[in-house]
Design a protein around this ligand. Sequence first.
Ligand SMILES: [Zn+2]
Length: 415
Amino acid sequence: MKYVIRVVCVLLLVSCGLFMYFYVQDKKETERLKEEEKRLEEIRLENEREVLRSQLLLEAEELFKGYYVDEAISLLEKDNSLINDVIQNKIDEYKEYKDSYVLYEGTVHHIFFHSLILYPEYLFRNINVPTGGYNEGFSYKRELERMLPLLLENGFVLYNIKDIYEKDETGKMVRKDIYLPKGKKPLILSVDDPALTYGVGFADQMIVDEDGNLATKVKTPDGETITTYDGDVELVVNNFIKEHPEFSYKGARGIIATTGWEGFFGHELDTEESKNEAKKVADKLKEEGWLFASHSYTHNRNYYFGPNSNAYNIKSDTSRWKAKMEPIIGKTNIFIAPFGYRLKGAGLQVILDNGFDIYCTVASVSYEELYDDYALMSRIEMGGYAYEKYTKYINNNLFDVSKVRDSYRPPVLSN
Ligand SMILES: [Zn+2]
C-alpha cells in the first residue's frame, strides 16, 4: 500500500512539475509571440509612416518650388508622429530659405507680347528686305522658348501685378514691398490683342479640349488645321512653368489685354455658343493664374487713344468694353492702353472712374510711377523692333538678345 501511495505521489509530483514546466514554457511563448507581433506592428506602422513621409516631402517640395514656403513648412509640421530627422531637416532648410528673403529694390520690369509667330518662313519670304508690321512687334514661338530659360537663369520670376499695387484702407494707391529670395527679381508679362484673327502663321483659336486642357487650333501653311498645345504665349509659358515651377511666384502667370471689337482667342462673341466657348477658355486661363486687362474696345488711335482723344469717346469706348468683355472675363482693375497711349486729364479720369487703377503704357525702358489714385507702369514690347533697337537695354536688364532673336528675321523697317 505504502508503495502504491509513494508511486502516486511521485507521479503527481512529476505531472505537477511537467504541468508547471509546460505552463511556463507556454506563457513564455505567448509573450514572445506578443512581443513579435508588437515588433511587426511597429515595423508596419513605421513603414506606413515612411510612405506618408515620402508623400509629404514630395507635396511640400511642390509647394516650396512655387514659393509657398510657409505652406510647405506647415504641411511638414502638421503631424507630430511623422517628424523624424529627415522631416526636421527639411523644415529647417525651408525656414532658412525663408529667412534669406530680401526686399526687392529695383524697378519691376514688364515685358509684353502679341500672339506668337508660328511660321516665320511663311510670313517673311525674304529676310533681306526690311519689314515692318509683324516683324517689328511680334516674337516667334521659338524666340519665346529661348527667352524663358534665360529669364529664369537671370533670376526672374513671374509675379502678380495685383500684389505690387494695391489701394490701402483710405483708398490711396500704394506700392507694396516685394520680398523674394536673394537674387530673384519680379517680372510682369502681358499679352496684347488675343483675338487670333491674324490668319496663317499664327494660331487660329484657343479652346479647352475634351480633357479640360487649353489647346490651340492652328492652320498650317499647307492648309491643314491641327490641334497643338503650344500655339501661343499662354501655353508656352504654362508649359515652361510645368517644367520650372520656380519661374512663377505663388502661381503667377501674365496679364491678357483684351479688346472688345475683335473677339476673344478666335471666338467671335456674336452668338451665345461662341460666348460660352470664350468663357470656358477665359475660366481655364484664370484657373491657371492668368489675369485679364482692358485693352479698350476700339483700339482706335484717332479720337480715342491718340493726340485727338476726347473724354466722351473714352467713356463710350469703356462702356462698350465692359458690356462686351466683362461677361467673358469678369471685372478687372488693369488698363493696358492701346499703343501704350498715356491719357491725360478728363480722358484718364474716365478710365480711373471705371475702376481701373493700374495703367500700363509702352516704352523702351522700364519705369513705375505712383499716384494717389493709380499706379502707372511701362512695358517693353518683345519683337523684332526691340531686339534690334533696344538691344543694349534688354541685354543689361533682361536677357542676351543674341541668344533669343531668330537668325531668320528681316531687319526692321521703322527707325
Ligand atoms: Zn494692342
